[in-house]
Design a protein around this ligand. Sequence first.
Ligand code: ADP
Length: 494
Amino acid sequence: MLRKNKKNSLIISIIAGILIALLLAAALKSGDLNSSVLFSQIIAVIIVLGFFIFFILLLKKLLPPQPQPQQVQVEMNTGIEKDFVIRPTTSNLTFKDVAGISEVKEELVEIIDFLKNPEKYRSFGINLPKGVLLVGPPGVGKTLIAKALAGEAGVPFFYQSGSGFVQMYVGVGAKRVRDLFSKAKAMAPSIIFIDEIDAIGKARGNLRNDEREATLNQLLTEMDGFEGSEGVIVIGATNKVELLDEALLRPGRFDRRIFVELPGLNDRIEILKVHMKNRPFKGNLENIAKMTVGFSGAALASLVNEASIYALKQNKPYIEEEDFYAVKDKVLIGKRRLNTYTPKEKEILSYYQSAKAVIAYWLGVDFERISLVKDDFKEEDKEIVSKTEIMSKIEVYLAGRVAVESKFSEKYSNAHKDIKKAKEYAVLMIKEYGMGDNLVGDEVEIANILNIAENETKVLYANNKELIEKAYEIMIKNEVIHKEDIEKIKNEIF
Ligand code: ADP
């Protein structure tokens, strides 16, 4: 702004100078130069100039503001416009490059077939989902899956990151979304992949809210504006599905959700195999997989790389297990919230989770699988829930703590999440549902319920110790136990 004003006043001074010089020259030429004439001529020039400036200012006020050249400068400086080119890539990755996660791949087979033969589906009037949401922590291979999907189907792949859409200037993001969809539609069948879709689905940091909303609205409009049969599949990736705007999750938009979790033991072995392909190695990859609980696929890829560099630096002809142990900590540094456990911690967690699995099985609290780090107890899809059912849930959440305390004669902090859930259910039971002795229960009654539940859990634990020990063996080996496993070992015992 300052520079612009300076430029204007410079032009005005030059014009004024030229006018005065012209008048002086004219006066000198006509020979009638005397001081009073000269003075009045200068005054006249100043008045004319005053009018001139007044007019310019008036015009500026009346006319709509022009884009500031300086703003354009800012955009160019940040490289936003320069870097933003919508261009698809062709992917030569296939599902062979994505190790493990067979369940995720199975879910995508139908979509690949659809992208390969859209006419087949169209002729039967079948509309496939337009939007698929891949949900999972960073580095578990969400981008890799989307690329492999494009490679398998042989269709163009449009990659965009959510944060790349939402910009400082309102309307820029919406325009980018529009351009992206129009290109993808023109090249259908095709895949649009939007990484970190929560950047659009949810406001972030100091970015302006109206820009995010404009971008989100445009995305919703685009998704509503084409038919599932047109052959464009939009894949969004996020690790925070709970933060996403409800509107994005409605039918016809991202209505299919696929969860991608941190790899379990077997998947880690497979991922290591993929990344160790074509590298000279002596040793057992299973041992490396065992010491990398909580590593994502990306962390494993970087572990392989670091171990290879380490071996090479020592002029070894091949990579060995010890090279992995040597660099493990280096890979861990900087990786956020990576759960790695010492053998003792793994024992505690395995026993804890096994007890939960067995007690849940007995009490009929439904689940499919319980892993070292996660359980998936099904939320009740019922209008009416009984006190017994809520009590069972509380007991399941207390089971790990009770079992671990009995086995290791110690209490551990990993129980805190489950204790919180148990308390929440107790509060619900007493305060909301009035299932205590009084209609409006108090803290004493809540504590009482938790005590009763704990005592019942202790009895359940004592009666099922053998089953829990057996489940523990499975858990420590596989880091996961399925409901069927428990059924099997129960039949062996009883
Ligand atoms: P996300 O998108 O979930 O953050 P990426 O797809 O970017 O994760 O994964 C980063 C890298 O990690 C991949 O390029 C690949 O090298 C490795 N990786 C992750 N998951 C797998 C997997 N299941 N199989 C093989 N490599 C994997």
